[in-house]
Ligand binder design. Structure first.
Ligand SMILES: CC(C)(COP(=O)(O)OP(=O)(O)OC[C@H]1O[C@@H](n2cnc3c(N)ncnc32)[C@H](O)[C@@H]1OP(=O)(O)O)[C@@H](O)C(=O)NCCC(=O)NCCS
Length: 314
């Protein structure tokens, strides 16, 4: 059977930083409240002329370089995003143009904060089916463009960024299993309703979403371990979606894992939606924490609701 392995990782963050102190001048909040409730200190914000596809392209170029492949080898591009440059064409086709990869299929997927886990799942199944050999999977979002900066319970959370991996066909097992779910019954707990004037922004029932996220991620941990007959102690690293450090702590507790085995970037990145897992992965690969052969559990929960996990031997 053909397996798939992560051949390289990359990421990109816009230059501008929006700190909690900056937010204190914009809404009625404090650095202390934000940090205590969320673990966030700062987040990056895209420049006015910087598109989601620009962030995605920069991350993709890093991943291509780290994998040591030629652009021509990429035979599928998947971008997970909720904030495309335009309604169409897709961000994936814009990335294809910007990196100079011609003629391969390219499409976006929209599973909000779970988008990257959905992306790995789709990519590894394309490889398993023999339809692709070298897939560029990107998570990229510019949530600052759909954030209401007068809503203090919401605007403190989001940041912009992009992360990418190259997933290649391999004889060795890299992706061990993926598990993806959705339940549209919770539509209005976390959504961006259409407004006539075009100022569509994120609306969230924060504390209800928080409780749902913790409970659902508990279940996805059990499901992933049971599917592979594995124990909690078999996981070397938790590389979670970065929504709120208290959600990360709850999942670590569920795994009997100390926080130094959890890759935490939410303090510096905020919640970058589909970009958060590949950004965290690339951070910990580049700083030498995550090493080849180690087992990583990636998991996410987001609007829809959608949720899922990917268990990967790096
Ligand atoms: C948004 C979130 C940080 C809010 O934290 P919380 O502890 O649930 O806080 P609450 O919404 O219950 O609000 C508590 C109080 O703080 C106030 N508050 C809200 N935002 C505030 C801010 N930025 N600064 C100061 N006070 C604030 C509220 O008005 C409320 O005041 P009240 O008690 O006088 O009514 C938290 O609910 C959260 O992280 N939710 C889930 C995020 C998530 O996972 N998102 C989606 C998955 S991708």
């Amino acid at each position: 059977m053909t397996h798939s392995r992560i051949a390289g990782t990359g990421s990109y963050l816009p230059t501008k930083i929006l700190s909690n102190k900056d937010l204190e001048t914009m809404v009625d909040t404090t650095d202390e409240w934000i940090f205590t409730r969320t673990g966030i200190r700062e987040r990056h914000i895209a420049a006015p002329d910087e598109l989601t596809s620009d962030l995605a392209t920069a991350a993709a170029k890093n991943a291509i370089e780290s994998a040591g492949i030629n652009v021509d080898e990429i035979d599928l591009i998947i971008v997970a995003t909720t904030t495309p440059d335009k309604i169409f064409p897709s961000v994936a086709t814009m990335v294809q143009k910007k990196i100079g990869a011609s003629n391969c299929p390219a499409f976006d997927i929209q599973a909000v904060c779970s988008g990257f886990v959905y992306g790995i799942s789709i990519a590894s199944n394309f490889i398993k089916a023999g339809a692709s050999k070298c897939v560029l999977v990107i998570g990229a979002d510019t949530f600052s463009r759909i954030t209401d900066y007068t809503d203090r319970s919401n605007c403190i959370l989001w940041g912009d960024g992009a992360g990418a991996i190259i997933l290649q066909a391999s004889q060795e097992q890299g992706v061990i299993s993926t598990h993806i779910h959705a339940d549209g019954n919770f539509e209005t707990m976390l959504h961006v309703p259409r407004k006539d004037n075009g100022t569509d922004t994120v609306m969230m029932e924060g504390s209800a979403v928080f409780r749902m996220a913790v409970n659902t991620l508990d279940q996805i941990v059990d499901e992933t371990l049971a599917a592979n007959n594995m124990q909690k102690s078999d996981i070397d690293w938790l590389v979670p979606h970065q929504a709120n450090v208290r959600i990360l702590q709850a999942t670590a507790k569920k795994l009997d894992m100390s926080m130094d085995k959890v890759v935490v970037t939410v303090d510096k990145h905020g919640n970058t939606s589909a970009a958060s897992i590949p950004l965290a992965l690339d951070t910990a690969v580049r700083d030498g924490r995550i090493k080849r052969g180690e087992v990583l559990l990636m998991e996410a929960f987001g609007g829809g609701f959608t949720w899922g996990s990917a268990l990967v031997r790096y």
